[in-house]
Design a protein around this ligand. Sequence first.
Ligand code: HEC
Ligand code: HEC
Length: 351
Amino acid sequence: MKGKLKELLLLCISLLLFVAACKKDVEIPEYPGVPGDITFSVPQGWPAPYYSFKNNQLTNSGFALGRKLFYDVRLSRDNSTSCGTCHQPFAAFANADHALSHGVDSKLGVRNSPGLFNLNWNTSFMWDGGVNHIEVQPLAPITNPVEMDETMNNVLAKIGSDADYKRMYQEAFGSAEITTEKTFKAIAQFMGAMVSSNSKYDKYMRKEGGVTLSSSELAGLAVFENKCATCHPAPLFTDHSFRNAGVKPSSLNDSGRAHITFNPADLYKFRVPSLRNLSYTQPYLHDGRYATLDQVLDQMEKEIHESPSLDPAMKGGIKLSDQERTDLKAFLKTLDDETFIKDKRFFEPAP
Ligand code: HEC
Ligand code: HEC
């Protein structure tokens, strides 16, 4: 009899474990059930990253905390806007509906919200490079009057009264105290883990699963290497430099890099954006003025704005035959990483 009881007990326990295991497998991963371990590794053939979590060890709990903060509207003055409002997963963390970003009170920003991925390779942030470290970057949107318009003191007070956060800060950093430094480090863990390296192009380069490029895509790659790769080199498709690509200043007259350096030689220079995930990150350019790639290519071909800081590579525009354009666009599509935008680890956690 004792044996039978023991057997029954064991059966019950394994049933319970089974149910628990099933429950973990929810659609949108909930904290603490971040599926799999969150790790960071340098994709094959890529250069060493600029930031590699050296003084901010990447952990599941740090990542989960950063994710909760990223999607928390309490980081804004009127509790209306989270980082995720302007950086949406399905848009590779750009903002799909707006050319210029909309913050609290629907205030209009002056720039287009860029996609967020492969940020650990960034040597600087923002279109003008105005922020130089991923661990301080969140301060800019939180305190920007047209974005979240909040103070860190208020943010810490608001989230400090939340028991969930106390537990999560404790788990992530070994003490429940909620500080600015820990807050930014957690967000850096979440954003730094967003690596996009599984496009068709990547698989082709890694010779993975027999993935090949079509003849048009291959022809487009050749056009790309000829006419675009000086500024947009693989594998990140940006050289992280600041360049004046001949985009005509709008009525906002955004001075670009010169806004930071006050150097007239930097007028209208913007950080070269990555060309990964373009199918998801429209509209394009620093002010989101174009909705389509054709408009960007037209601009680079026919509407180059002459000024002393214009990049030599842009002088006279970049000419493309109809065939070259078709092939180039086919190639650019191979840089879309669907697995990245569908990666549920980066989605808003269930409340
Ligand atoms: C109101 C919309 C808005 C909100 C809210 C917002 N951002 Fe942004 N984000 C932008 C815009 C616009 C830029 C480009 C700013 C610039 O170049 O001056 C940007 C740039 C960035 C960049 C730089 C990316 C790069 O490649 O240079 C990062 C990282 C980032 N945001 C993270 C965050 C985080 C973290 C939060 C929340 C704390 C946040 N953003 C909240 C609109 C927003
Ligand atoms: C001289 C350097 C340079 C060259 C060459 C160059 N680009 Fe760019 N590209 C830039 C800069 C700088 C920007 C950002 C300009 C802005 O926002 O005002 C940009 C922006 C873009 C964008 C918009 C991306 C976004 O997320 O907003 C696309 C698309 C693009 N380039 C594609 C190309 C293609 C395709 C080629 C080759 C035909 C090319 N570029 C050649 C420097 C360059």
